[in-house]
Design a protein around this ligand. Structure first.
Ligand code: ATP
Ligand code: MG
Length: 399
């Protein structure tokens, strides 16, 4: 049997011109780190792809598990299980038979051969015909189909060897984490914010979570849920740390004096101010929230404007144009939905007014806020945050 490999295809990073090298290096480093539990011998860049070489004796089930893990990593457009073999037509034919067997069930196929060195004596058209012939002999019940076959058997001939693969799965796409700088994500234990964080990570951002719990006024249960969520995000290298701030006492103070309809906006402005301070200390350049327009009272355009005014950094809202069903589907795919569906009081359920303002006027908000030393509070919240680190290719911490 030939050596098992998983080929890693990427589109978007292939388009980055001069930056291409650094994007590939980033993806390669992320794969090395995240595939630590698989029997990987090495990972190399080979003619516009990365190839993950698996240890001798690695069986199909383990190779498929590795392929699936790779497909979930940001920056991967497609992952394909296959074989590396010597550069002879006999070997390529045998590897094609083995690769096709693993792509069962299928009724139709075609061969797509490429050689990136013209020193190989057989050209790609001829390879297509010859390997196609070998497969027709091995599988007389299968049909060749050029347009939309069930399975495509790829052959790539490089300088010293050939790769043959037939079993491909689509990847998550996007850019490798670590290629777009850092962001600070307001992470509740709800459904939306983990999805927002994930969307940013898929665009290459390194994410630092910031969670506000209702401690010491209510239990710290939300902190445990956020930790569980971060463990899921850690699997794809998306999250570096979570800062947890105890907001309960500050919320209580705000709720004593502030006009009830404005309370939610005041809580949120305080969260933004503390998060901005944490972001600066962490060299992050934007805040991220899981808001979606009109979803709840605090997410109207007027209220968004009134909270954004509390900070200087850009506030990114990757879910602003999505609806709840789409977000739930994304959370299910990500693996955070079950955790987020558990009930835990976080800060926002405390001291909630009966009728929150939906069209906050900035003057009124600023006036209500002027009763409190909010900048001092924000400083204290950021300073007293408890920081938990997660295993990430961008940190020193190993899982
Ligand atoms: P989520 O499901 O993400 O909690 P939501 O629909 O419940 O969102 P809100 O509670 O209004 O909406 O929160 C909007 C956004 O504000 C959240 O997506 C999150 O980014 C941030 N946020 C809310 N509560 C907290 C919290 N306790 N800690 C950190 N961020 C929070
Ligand atoms: Mg919430």
């Amino acid at each position: 049997m030939y050596q098992r490999v998983v080929l890693v295809h990427y589109h978007e990073i292939g388009l980055k011109g001069k930056n291409r090298g650094s994007f590939e290096q980033r993806l390669l480093a992320n794969l090395r780190f995240l595939l630590g539990d698989f029997p990987v011998v090495d990972i190399h860049r080979i003619s516009g792809r990365l190839v993950v070489f698996l240890k001798e004796g690695c069986d199909l089930a383990l190779a498929c598990a590795c392929e699936e893990a790779i497909a979930r990593i940001p920056g991967v457009a497609r992952a394909s299980c296959g074989f590396k073999c010597p550069r002879t037509m006999d070997d390529i034919g045998r590897a094609a038979i083995a690769a096709a067997a693993e792509a069962e069930p299928f009724a139709t196929f075609k061969v797509q051969a490429r050689r990136n060195h013209t020193d190989f004596e057989v050209d790609s058209m001829q390879m297509n015909r010859d390997i196609g012939g070998v497969l027709c002999e091995a599988y007389p019940e299968k049909q060749v189909r050029m347009k939309a076959p069930d399975v495509q058997v790829d052959v790539e001939v490089i300088q010293n060897s050939a790769f043959v693969y037939a079993k491909s799965i689509p990847g998550i796409g996007g850019l490798p984490v670590g290629s777009s700088g850092r962001v600070a994500c307001l992470l509740s234990s709800g459904i939306d914010s983990p999805v927002a964080l994930w969307r940013m990570a898929r665009r290459g951002a390194v994410c630092i979570g910031v969670h506000f719990s209702g401690a010491p006024v209510v239990s710290d249960a939300s902190e445990y849920l956020v930790d569980d969520i971060a463990q899921v995000l850690q699997e794809t290298g998306c999250i570096l740390k979570v800062h947890t701030c105890a907001l309960g006492d500050y919320q209580r103070e705000i709720s004593v004096l502030a006009p009830p309809p404005l309370r939610v906006i005041l809580y949120r402005r305080l969260m933004f101010k503390a998060t901005e301070r944490i972001a600066r200390a962490e060299h992050a350049r934007a805040l991220v929230t899981g808001e979606s327009l009109g979803q709840v009272a605090s997410q109207t355009l007027a209220n968004i404007a009134a909270t954004d005014q509390a900070v200087d950094m850009p506030v990114l809202r990757p879910l602003i144009g999505t609806d709840k069903q789409e977000i739930i589907a994304a959370a299910q795919e990500l693996g955070t939905f079950e955790i987020s569906s558990q009930d835990a009081p976080d800060c926002c359920t405390l001291f909630m007014p009966r009728a929150p303002e939906t069209h906050a006027k900035l003057d009124a908000v600023l006036e209500a806020e002027s009763a409190y030393p909010v900048d001092e509070w924000a400083e204290a919240l950021a300073h007293d945050a408890i920081v938990r680190e997660y295993a990430s290719p961008l940190s020193k911490k190993r899982s």
